[in-house]
Design a protein around this ligand. Structure first.
Ligand code: UDP
Length: 247
């Protein structure tokens, strides 16, 4: 069987969760971590791959957590979307420090800080070699930035989406709790569903599966891993739609 994932993709979308920015801090952004992540992205851009990012906000605010504490879910979710904008502003600044051209496109109108997301304009920017940081999720409450990542990757015609996590890919059980947990090299979305593997939320999952968006899950906390995985040398799990297999 030959999988449909291109080892040397032309355009990719990297989903960075808010938690990935925490590093040694309990809230907000650890500048060391932000620097390492952006350096890794910069290396991939310099290697000629077009990159867009979707940034989460869980290091600052999550609507669902706030809702459990009595805040209206819709208001909590808007606060969560604004948290993604805060992260985007900081990452944009770190890109400038690395002399990489980037821009923020937001799903929520916030003109002093970011351009509104307009898909065709985003395509123009990425073709010019700019890294696009998509902020504000999809702009609606009751969604997550995983869904935003899958949606933007499809709209932007990315060859694949990458999800940076704290472990080396998708396992059959939590590798932090079970030392014998088995990592999958490659798995289909259907197999992940049947085996109850929580790769991302159900909306993101079905968007990716239905639109044959391949995904790579990898450890973003290993320096240089983003580029390695894209060049086919890194440890990761590839997730593909079942009908992407060519028999
Ligand atoms: N959010 C939302 N709509 C979106 C994306 C995000 O309402 O389209 C809110 C939601 O409250 C979520 C928060 O923003 O908890 C932060 O996003 P997420 O939890 O996906 O961030 P991550 O887990 O990736 O850090």
């Amino acid at each position: 069987m030959i999988s449909s994932i291109k080892i040397n993709p032309k355009r990719v979308l990297l989903k960075i969760s808010g938690e990935a920015l925490l590093g040694d801090v309990h809230y907000g952004i650890d500048p060391k971590v932000a620097n390492t992540i952006i350096q890794d992205v910069a290396n991939v851009v310099k290697a000629g791959i077009e990159v867009c990012l979707v940034i989460g906000g869980g290091n600052i605010f999550r609507g669902m957590t706030a809702s459990a504490r009595g805040i209206d879910r819709v208001h909590g979710d808007y606060a969560g979307m604004l948290a993604t904008v805060i992260n985007a502003v900081v990452l944009h600044n770190v890109f400038e420090d690395h002399s990489i051209k980037s821009c923020i496109m937001s799903a929520i109108e916030i003109p002093q800080i970011a351009e509104n997301y307009v898909r065709d304009r985003a395509i123009g920017y990425i073709k010019q070699g700019r890294v696009i940081i998509f902020a504000g999720g999809i702009g609606n409450p009751y969604f997550t930035t995983d869904t935003a990542a899958a949606l933007r990757a499809i709209e932007m015609k990315c060859d694949l989406m990458l999800k940076g996590t704290q472990v080396d890919g998708v396992y059959d059980s939590d590798p932090k709790k079970n030392p014998n947990a088995k990592r999958y090299d490659e798995i289909t979305y259907s197999e992940a569903l049947i085996n109850g593997l929580s790769i991302m939320d159900a909306t993101a999952f079905s968007l990716a599966q239905d639109n044959h968006l391949p995904m790579i899950v990898f450890n973003m906390h290993k320096e240089g891993n983003f580029e390695k995985v894209l060049l086919g040398n890194g440890v990761c799990t590839k997730v593909i739609a079942s009908d992407s297999y060519q028999k």
